[in-house]
Design a protein around this ligand. Structure first.
Ligand code: AMP
Length: 456
């Protein structure tokens, strides 16, 4: 299947060619023709599947059918849960609409509203927004939604998790009843279905990939170690592996700051991204990471949600999330767009129960091992076995300080992380090779804001 066969116009085909996409992704193949037909869509798709182009391209094409009026009005609204996702969606929309006469912009909280207001006043066709700032500017009379023909709810499940339901309902009531609606969600809880029923008219259901193919390429590993040695271990992994593009998750904002500081002290360029950082700092950190000026981005769950970081080779869970579904979202950041990736979790004794929760959700075991010199000194050993004299690790090696003076000198080939996995005394859980292929199961809870982002 080609993009042309999907019915896209020359202007969009040209933009796609510029972007270098060869073939449509499965969600694009399924969604684009139906959106062009004018259908409402209920799509199950995660970030990383190409969903943004799946809704943005046909939406742009449909909007171009009508000549822009002298005074431009908001004809399309895209709602996203986070500022970062909103910024990325706008970037994509502007890429795909570069050969057509449409104006688009993004609004979100955490930044001065004045530049947003003056841009809104100049007239725009497509508005990308987080619900909070949209409500705010609407209440002040800077936004009218009465001409909206096209509504996209992106990552609807996360918007509900973040408590935006009331805002979404209010926003709906400000729009004309007759419009085309697209709802994207990674998971389908009862709440999402209720929301979908209230918004969509005779929707076509579109699934990106029932079994997440990108995530199948993710190699998942658990390294058991003591909590107090995690910083040392992560530093060693990054150094020895010569990793220069790593996304690391912590459970708390404070933890993200602390780890980022420690990594910088160890000459590994790192930045933290979380809800307490100013929008400027968040944008700068993300841009630095994308441009590879920063090797490690340390993030909380919410801050990382929806981030589009293509071809990310490594994701490290410095701490496991206490909500198993967040693990699935985290490791969805690697193995993207057909590339393979590694998801590594540093697990201390107090987190074993989280491993069990994740395994239950995935329906498979996670491969668990120990790095020589980092054998855990407390808690059960792998597989939940109690430590006994017999299975106590014998390795007494202190971690070798293998860090070269300059990060770019004398680097290994990046194989140490798994290569030095210790199968010491048979303690290392040989795991289940199926553990590398996980199946995504529907979420059945709606909590999970462990990062505590601001509701913008
Ligand atoms: P998304 O799921 O929309 O966040 O997209 C994930 C990544 O895939 C982004 O970096 C897109 O630029 C990229 N992408 C989207 N569609 C395609 C395609 N047809 N071929 C290759 N890459 C794509």
């Amino acid at each position: 299947m080609t993009f042309k066969e999907l019915g896209l116009s020359e202007a969009l085909l040209k933009a796609v060619a510029d972007k270098g996409y060869d073939t449509p992704s499965p969600i694009q193949e399924k969604a684009i023709p139906r959106v062009l037909e004018g259908k409402d869509i209920l799509a199950s798709a995660q970030t990383g599947t190409g969903k943004t182009a799946g809704f943005a391209m046909p939406m742009i094409q449909l909007l171009c059918k009508t000549e822009p009026q002298k005074r431009r009005v908001i004809r399309a609204l895209v709602l996203t849960p986070t500022r970062e996702l909103a910024a990325q969606v706008l970037e994509d929309i502007q890429t795909y609409s570069k050969y057509v006469d449409l104006r688009s912009m993004v609004i979100f909280g955490g930044v001065n509203q004045n530049p947003q207001v003056s841009k809104l006043r100049s007239g725009i066709d497509i508005l990308v927004a987080t619900p909070g700032r949209l409500m705010d500017l609407q209440n002040q009379g800077f936004i009218s939604l009465r001409d909206v023909e096209f509504l996209v709810l992106d990552e609807a499940d996360r918007m509900l998790d973040m408590g935006f339901l009331r805002d979404i309902k209010k926003i709906m009531s400000m729009m004309p009843d007759k419009r085309q609606n697209l709802l994207f969600s990674a998971t389908f809880s009862r709440e999402i279905r209720t929301l979908a029923n209230g918004i969509l008219t005779n929707p076509v259901t579109v699934e990106a990939t029932p079994e997440n193919t990108t995530a199948e390429l993710v190699d998942q590993l658990v390294y058991r170690c003591d909590a107090k040695r995690k910083i040392e271990l992560i530093t060693k992994l990054i150094w020895d592996g010569n990793w220069h593009h790593v996304l690391v998750f912590t459970r708390t904002k404070h933890g993200a700051n602390r780890l980022s500081e420690k990594l910088n002290k160890a000459n590994i360029t790192a930045a933290a991204i979380h809800g307490n950082k100013s929008q400027g700092a968040r944008t700068k950190a993300l841009a630095g990471f994308k441009d590879k000026e920063i090797s490690v981005l340390v993030a909380t769950d919410i801050a990382a949600r929806g981030l589009d970081i293509p071809l990310l080779p490594y994701v490290i869970n410095f701490e496991l999330p206490n909500v198993p579904e967040d693990y699935v979202h985290r490791i969805g950041r690697t193995g993207r767009a057909g590339a393979s990736g590694q998801a590594i979790s540093l697990v201390s004794a107090d987190e074993i129960e989280y491993v069990r929760g994740i395994e239950k959700l995935l329906g498979t075991r996670l491969e668990s091992t120990v790095i020589e010199g980092f054998e855990p000194t407390s808690g059960p050993v792998d597989g939940g076995k109690k430590r006994t004299k017999e299975n106590k690790p014998t390795g007494t090696n202190k971690p070798t300080n293998s860090r070269p003076a300059n990060r770019n000198q004398g680097r290994g080939n990046g194989t140490n992380a798994t290569g030095s996995g210790n199968s010491n005394s048979g303690n290392s859980n040989s795991g289940n090779s199926n553990g590398r292929n996980f199946r995504r199961k529907p979420r059945n809870t709606s909590g999970g804001n462990t990062g505590g982002n601001s509701r913008d």
